[in-house]
Ligand binder design. Structure first.
Ligand code: ADP
Length: 160
């Protein structure tokens, strides 16, 4: 059978329980999931690339099917480079949907053989966002409820 690879692109600044749940729920659907940390977008990250990668690797260490990489090209070009026919994205609410559908539409124009696959967030994860995690941390509070249990993040981890 043909091997199916999905790319899960994002900034993961930092990875949250929401991201983790999307990848874990998608695992049965694909032979390989590549978590791709974008490092050339307009978004300025708060955590260093090394930290973000390390946390994602720790989160998915038990899954042979999950790979973690960085990329600085257009998502569809990177998909082609690594042989991914699917882009995986998570949807929390209607604003995610409005934003994501435009990106998916444009990606379809750019590469019609690549499909975007959306998974709805589990209700418990719908309120979690990387930006909220950063804000809570900036006030010195514990964020362990919102991040994968495999990792620890503290205010010390903010980029110097
Ligand atoms: P980007 O920088 O491209 O917005 P993010 O790192 O914020 O990427 O998120 C990557 C993907 O994970 C996106 O599809 C986003 O919608 C999804 N996502 C973010 N937070 C959650 C969550 N709490 N539950 C499910 N999916 C989420």
């Amino acid at each position: 059978m043909k091997k199916q690879t999905a790319l899960f692109p994002g900034s993961f600044d930092p990875i949250t329980k929401g991201h983790q749940s999307i990848v874990e729920r998608a695992l049965p659907m694909f032979d390989k999931i590549i978590v791709a940390v974008g490092c050339n977008t307009a978004k300025h990250s708060v955590f260093s690339l090394d930290k973000r990668i390390e946390w994602i690797k720790q989160t998915f260490a038990k899954y042979d099917k999950v790979e973690v990489v960085t990329f600085d090209s257009l998502t569809v070009d990177f998909c082609q480079q690594v042989g991914a026919k699917y882009i995986l994205r998570g949807l929390r609410n209607s604003s995610d949907f409005q934003y994501e559908r435009n990106i998916a539409r444009i990606n379809q124009e750019l590469a019609e053989d690549i499909e975007t696959v959306f998974l709805m967030t589990k209700p418990d994860d719908a309120a979690i966002s990387a930006s909220l995690v950063r804000e809570i941390l900036s006030f010195g509070r514990d964020v362990s409820k919102f991040i994968p249990k495999e990792i620890t993040i503290s205010a010390e981890d903010f980029k110097k």
